[in-house]
Design a protein around this ligand. Structure first.
Ligand SMILES: Nc1ncnc2c1ncn2[C@@H]1O[C@H](COP(=O)(O)OP(=O)(O)OP(=O)(O)O)[C@@H](O)[C@H]1O
Ligand SMILES: [Mg+2]
Length: 270
């Protein structure tokens, strides 16, 4: 199991969009089993992945009930596995967050409890900024993808992101690398081009690439499928494949592997 966490200090920059897009792109580029885990109480990944909005099951309820997460692992028609956060009452969410806070191994123990195949790739989507979920997701990640917008507000949050990375990732011997994706780039806007230039220079070899602002991205969200299938020839699809190829190469998983290994106990097709 290799773990990649998708994060940002600022909200609404496209973490969930990038998680969803990378999940399918990495599935197709690597042939490995992909598990997208949503650690955000907004439960948005489920919507992005086409799970019925009335669905309440998820890793949050399973955790509170003391159950294994395999009971709430959904599988998309594409083959991507999803562990949605699910729905909780506010009271239950507070209880869960206290439990997570008290147990720094909450996430890794649950991921290990899934008995995933050795070649599985786990993508963890997180809420923006500091949170109990983000701390755990950064603490188990071998690779982190930081998503940023090409604007001043997003750029200004990078020092906070760097502090979080220093605290939870950079000192760990098993941590591999931080990778930056610039999302919603608009090549017709000078500011967007300027931020891209500065960003490329500062991130250096950690810069993975850009995903342009593209109407096919929200359209794909509305139809509950990936932009790769909704609009395969769109700029965003080309960008996603390019970013995913760089990430797969960085993770050493670009070779196609059909060794699916053991299956998880239960999957619910959506
Ligand atoms: N490249 C893009 N082109 C056009 N729209 C985009 C692009 N990326 C993301 N969006 C849109 O931006 C909005 C926010 O995206 P998303 O929900 O993925 O952000 P987020 O970082 O996960 O938010 P949060 O911090 O609330 O979890 C969505 O409506 C999404 O469709
Ligand atoms: Mg999100």
């Amino acid at each position: 199991m290799k773990i990649l966490t998708i994060t940002s200090a600022k909200g609404g920059v496209g973490k969930t969009t990038v998680t969803k897009a990378l999940a399918l792109a990495l599935l197709r580029l690597t042939g490995r089993p992909i598990f997208a885990v949503d650690l955000d109480p907004q439960n948005a990944l489920a919507l992005h992945m086409g799970i019925d909005p009335r669905e309440q099951r998820g890793l949050a309820r399973s955790s509170l009930a003391g159950d294994d997460w395999s009971e709430t692992c959904f599988v998309q028609r594409t083959g991507v596995h999803i562990l949605p956060y699910g729905a909780l009452t506010d009271e239950d969410r507070i209880t869960l967050e206290e439990q997570i806070h008290a147990n720094p191994k909450w996430l890794i123990d649950h991921l290990r409890g899934l008995n995933l195949p050795d070649n599985a790739l786990v993508l963890v989507d997180t809420p923006p900024g500091p949170s109990v979920y983000g701390r755990q997701a950064l603490s188990v990640a071998e690779w982190v993808v930081v998503v940023t917008l090409a604007d001043a507000a997003s750029y200004a949050t990078l020092p906070l992101m760097q502090r979080m990375l220093n605290t939870y990732c950079n000192a760990r011997p098993d941590f591999r690398n931080t990778l930056f994706v610039l999302n919603q780039v608009d090549s017709t806007r000078q500011l967007s081009k300027d931020v891209l230039k500065v960003f490329r220079e500062e991130a250096g070899e950690h810069f993975v690439g850009v995903i342009h602002s593209d109407a096919s991205v929200p359209e794909a969200l509305a139809s509950g499928i990936s932009v790769l299938d909704h609009a395969p020839e769109s700029q965003a699809s080309h960008d996603v494949i390019a970013c995913a190829t760089t990430i797969a190469r960085e993770m050493g998983v670009l070779d196609v592997s059909n060794m699916l290994g053991a299956h998880i106990k239960q999957s619910i097709t959506v």
